[in-house]
Design a protein around this ligand. Structure first.
Ligand code: SF4
Length: 353
């Protein structure tokens, strides 16, 4: 396993974060958070709340940014991210990210950014906001700064995000080529740490996503979970109760695959294919499984919900640690670029001799 050369006697360092756009949902949990929780023992983990990234699309109204940051922090802690083992911090509390973003923006060719698939896709699809801004185009550069400033060895990503990391790797290579000189690479190229991202449908059968309004939140109480699952779409072949179905083409079947135990899965499979069970009963079991996953999260969250200042203190301490780590990288960066803050006597110019 490759380790960060600057932390060679330590666990390899990883970094990841989520935009602070409000309460997290089950898709965020199974797609990222649950993996992060598992990684905490084997890696030196930095997990951040990307409030600056939230501004790249939601810049016009910033009234919720801070409250959303706290909500994400509570969900991080509820999911089991442990401040004793992981550094949890707020992006905007570590201004070194912005300094590196600026420096990297100087060397990043415009064409690299215009070619990012999500840039074009989001500009075409999101019509209610003007995304023709400098910040939105440059958001992959900020992302590169977020990762490179910790000289992270790995970034946990799903298969579909590997290409996003490639741009960060290209920016790192370009920086090293210009400035590293004989001193070895300033930025190790971060490797993807592939994590399982099971298919998680939302209540309308499409991918669970905040923008589709089809989410189950980590904070939804049991009655809300049950209510949301009731109208969930099922295998369209099961029109009548007596029609056999196929859990492999049913979004409720997908939910079972992620959250239910073997015995329930077997019951669903046999019952669905023989029309031995009804969809209402099956959704009830899916709700049971989801609730059993959410219960311990909601229990853990309560301590911080009752006293959000505790969560703020975690973020404060984490941000201070993140500032120390990123300032040490920035010293190397400034040195490499000939822009250190130390006094240097003026060099004698050739003409004065
Ligand atoms: S029984 Fe369950 S898996 Fe089968 S179609 Fe109905 S909801 Fe889907």
């Amino acid at each position: 396993m490759a380790t960060n050369p600057r932390n060679s006697n330590k666990k390899p360092r990883i970094l990841s974060g989520m935009r602070s756009t409000g309460r997290l949902h089950l898709g965020n949990y199974v797609g990222a958070l649950a993996n992060w929780v598992r990684l905490q023992d084997d890696y030196e983990c930095y997990f951040f709340i990307a409030d600056w990234h939230a501004l790249t699309s939601d810049y016009a109204d910033t009234s919720r940014v801070k409250a959303n940051t706290i909500e994400v922090a509570l969900d991080y802690l509820a999911a089991g991210l442990d401040p004793e083992r992981s550094t949890l911090f707020i992006q905007s509390h570590v201004p070194q990210h912005a300094e590196l973003h600026l420096l990297l923006s100087m060397i990043t060719p415009l064409g690299w950014l215009e070619r990012v698939p999500t840039y074009k896709e989001q500009r075409d699809n999101i019509k209610d906001k003007d995304l023709g801004t400098y910040g939105f185009l440059g958001y992959p550069v900020l992302q590169a700064a977020d990762i490179l400033i910790y000289q992270a060895a790995y970034v946990p990503v799903g298969e579909d995000q590997v290409s996003h990391l490639e741009l960060t790797r290209e920016i790192a290579r370009r920086f090293n080529m210009f400035y590293a000189g004989g001193r070895g690479d300033i930025f190790p190229e971060p490797q993807p740490l592939l994590t399982p991202t099971p298919k998680l449908p939302g209540t309308d059968g499409r991918k669970m996503s905040k923008s589709y309004g089809n989410t189950i939140l980590l904070t939804d109480p049991e009655p809300v979970v049950r209510q949301k699952l009731k109208p969930m779409v099922t295998d369209p072949a099961r029109v009548r109760r007596s029609d056999p179905g196929n859990p492999d083409v049913c979004p409720v079947g997908d939910l079972h695959k992620v959250f239910s135990d073997r015995a329930t899965l077997a019951k669903v499979d046999a019952g669905c294919r023989t029309a031995g069970i009804g969809c209402i009963e099956c959704k009830g079991w899916a709700a049971d499984s989801v609730v059993s996953v959410l219960n311990p999260l909601q229990e853990r969250r309560k301590k911080y919900e009752d006293n959000p200042k505790l969560a703020w203190e975690v973020l404060d301490a984490g941000s201070a640690k993140a500032r120390r780590a990123s300032e040490s990288t920035m010293k190397e960066v400034r040195d490499a670029m000939g822009m250190s803050k130390d006094y240097e006597p003026p060099a004698k110019s050739a003409t004065s001799e």
